[in-house]
Ligand binder design. Structure first.
Ligand code: AMP
Ligand code: FE
Ligand code: FE
Ligand code: ZN
Length: 320
């Protein structure tokens, strides 16, 4: 039996959730609500990683400063590499960086055109007429997707719920258009130019080491090793891969909506040692929150009442 399976249960609490979504992309909570949920759980830090937009960071920062929580600037970029789509998490970048913002503006514009086509197809195929500009105006700072159109159809009384909207109309192949994506290499470089670093999100199981080495050589620095759908074997495998190839580790809940078991804010994240290491990397990055990062005590004292624990197998990796 491997040591990972014989390690006794660990009592390391989760102190940082590095993967959350807000209503600025396809989540249902406002940025401030995500921060309040993280603070209520006693987390030290949380990253907002909306799909293709950083619009949630400013409102989240106001709440994080008020509650004394570290907000790690983040975004989850849709990227492609050799014809395949991946999600690339980016952290610690300068939010005002012109190159980064040009890249995000391009994605936002492409999402607008995509949803415009979806709205046209909705009328042609289902006879449902929606004024596209009304949808757009309803979510002025969001990375637009079908979820926003579904919510608009609910408010218009066309459907009874988001689920109803997808079941009757939006799940239609003709309305499920490909999402815009960035070239992986270009995305990695742009984030690095902006002082940040990248991590592959929820990596598929079929990647081999040569693939990872290529991405590392392109400048990818980290990998998400734990996420809600990853089973224990996957988490151990990804932790080992990160150590073997020298990637930093990130982990998070991929929170989108309240009420989903195992996917609430803080359900998955970094333990104290892992967060300390990532915090050092973020200090190296020129992040706006550096003042608050500097103020974290070097010795993290776990809360006695914490009910959130890093699984034993991965806690073992954390300590080694
Ligand atoms: P899009 O980015 O336009 O492809 O929309 C994707 C988002 O739409 C997802 O993140 C969900 O929030 C929502 N969505 C997709 N499929 C469904 C479904 N079958 N039922 C409810 N919501 C869905
Ligand atoms: Fe999502
Ligand atoms: Fe993702
Ligand atoms: Zn996500």
């Amino acid at each position: 039996m491997s040591s990972a399976t014989t390690t006794p249960a660990s009592s390391l609490p989760i102190v940082a959730d590095l993967h959350t979504h807000t209503s600025r992309s396809d989540g249902s909570c406002a940025p401030g609500e995500v921060i309040r949920a993280a603070a209520a759980l006693g987390l030290s830090a949380v990253a907002i990683t909306d799909h293709d937009t950083i619009a949630g960071l400013s409102p989240a920062r106001l709440e994080a400063e008020r509650l004394g929580l570290i907000l790690v600037p983040g975004v989850e970029l849709t990227v492609h590499w050799r014809g395949r789509e991946f999600h690339l998490l980016a952290y610690g970048f300068r939010e005002e960086d012109p190159g980064l913002n040009a890249m995000l503006d391009g994605l936002a514009q492409a999402r607008v055109e995509r949803l415009r086509t979806i709205v046209a197809n909705l009328e042609h195929r289902h006879g449902v007429v929606v004024e596209f500009e009304a949808v757009r105006a309803g979510y002025p700072r969001a990375a637009l997707g079908r979820g926003h159109l579904a919510d608009h159809l609910v408010t218009q009384g066309v459907v009874t719920s988001r689920r109803d909207a997808f079941d009757r109309f939006l799940g239609d192949d003709q309305l499920d258009l490909p999402r815009p994506s960035l070239d992986l290499e270009q995305a990695i470089h742009t984030v690095r130019q902006a002082g940040g670093f990248t991590a592959l999100a929820h990596p598929p199981r079929d990647l081999d080491d040569s693939q990872w080495v290529q991405w590392r050589d392109l400048g990818m620095e980290a990998v998400e090793t734990r996420w809600p759908a990853a089973d224990r074997n996957t988490r151990v495998k990804m932790g080992r891969l990160a150590r073997r190839l020298g990637f930093e580790i990130v982990a998070g809940s991929d929170f989108h909506h309240p009420g989903r078991a195992g996917r609430h804010v803080g359900a998955v994240g970094l333990g104290p040692g892992e967060w300390e290491r990532l915090r050092d990397r973020l200090r190296g990055a020129t992040i706006d929150a550096s003042a608050t990062v500097e103020s974290i005590p070097a010795e993290f004292v776990p809360r006695a009442d914490s009910s959130r624990f890093v699984s034993s197998a991965t806690a073992n990796l954390d300590l080694n």
